[in-house]
Design a protein around this ligand. Structure first.
Ligand code: SAH
Length: 269
């Protein structure tokens, strides 16, 4: 996959993209990330990328011309083909007004050949970029950042780790929080694993079995796979119900899950 990041702060990305799985994905040739300095697409002495807002008001707005020129230099498929999915490319405008980025969108972006991430700054970006240049607007959460750079780094990391081969053990990205594993068997069956099926992940423990008087839950030490699976599912359900009840609505719950959940709700009132 190719990822292009358009920013007025290219040096920002020296850190975040050079560690862990994102770094490995690049070294393995699974991903190629290029960072483009928006100021290189200006034509004035001051390399101006922003201007005052029409209609008045606070702050400055990123001008359309450098952004259009920068993206035109990338030889992307026409917007129409990107929108309809004919081209496996997407131009994403990072924006607090965008659709909320979540694991599902990460999975969709990971299937593309190329993603372009446009980082806004100041009060935002001339709306013609959202309307005619980008094919989607994404927000990483309901808060306002000063620029799209952090958001772009978040999206790149979430997407890169889903590229086949990027994470050593592929099952691990299919079993984590928020993920609906298409390969997961019916979770009522005895040999099913512990995929989250849209819930939060179950708790993890490692050695030592006892640390400062805090013991690892007995079920995990039992060696009984069925007992371990059930314990994990129970804890994933508990944690989801406590911290993110909204996820339960969209989760694929089995008969066993519903029974466990009823028990959880009863015991906690
Ligand atoms: N005036 C805007 C905020 C602009 S913040 C508003 O009230 O909605 C400047 C830039 O930071 C934005 O153009 C966008 O690129 C980025 N940004 C801010 N919050 C973001 C978020 N939650 N997700 C993604 N990008 C964000």
């Amino acid at each position: 996959m190719k990822a292009d990041i358009v920013t007025i702060f290219p040096d920002f990305f020296r850190g975040p993209l050079e560690y862990g799985i994102t770094r490995r994905a690049q070294e393995m040739g699974l991903a190629e990330i290029r960072v483009h300095d928006l100021r290189e697409f200006t034509h004035d002495r001051h390399r101006t990328v922003d201007d005052r807002p029409f209609g008045g008001g606070e702050g400055m707005v990123l001008k359309p011309e450098p952004l259009f020129e920068c993206l035109e230099s990338l030889s992307l498929a026409p917007r129409e083909d990107r929108v309809t999915g004919r081209a496996k490319e997407s131009v994403v405008l990072l924006s607090a007004q965008g659709q909320r980025f979540a694991q599902k969108a990460a999975g969709e972006l990971a299937l593309l050949d190329r993603i372009v991430l446009v980082c806004g700054r100041y009060e935002g970006v001339d709306e013609r970029v959202a309307d005619f240049l980008a094919d989607r607007e994404l927000s990483i959460g309901d808060y306002v950042l000063s620029g799209g750079e952090m958001a772009a780094a978040v999206i790149v990391e979430a997407v890169m780790r889903l590229l086949p081969g990027a994470v050593g053990n592929e099952r691990s990205t299919q079993q984590e929080s928020f993920t609906v594993d298409s390969k997961e068997k019916d979770s009522d069956s005895a040999d099913s694993t512990c995929g989250s099926n849209g819930l939060l992940d179950y708790p993890h423990y490692t050695r030592p079995a006892e640390f400062r008087g805090m013991a690892v839950p007995e079920a995990l030490m039992s060696g009984n796979h069925e007992e371990i699976r059930k314990w994990r599912r129970q804890r994933a359900l508990e944690k989801t119900w406590r911290n993110r009840p909204d996820l339960l609505e969209g989760a694929a719950l089995s008969k066993e899950d519903n029974k466990l959940l009823a028990g959880i709700k009863n015991s906690r009132g």
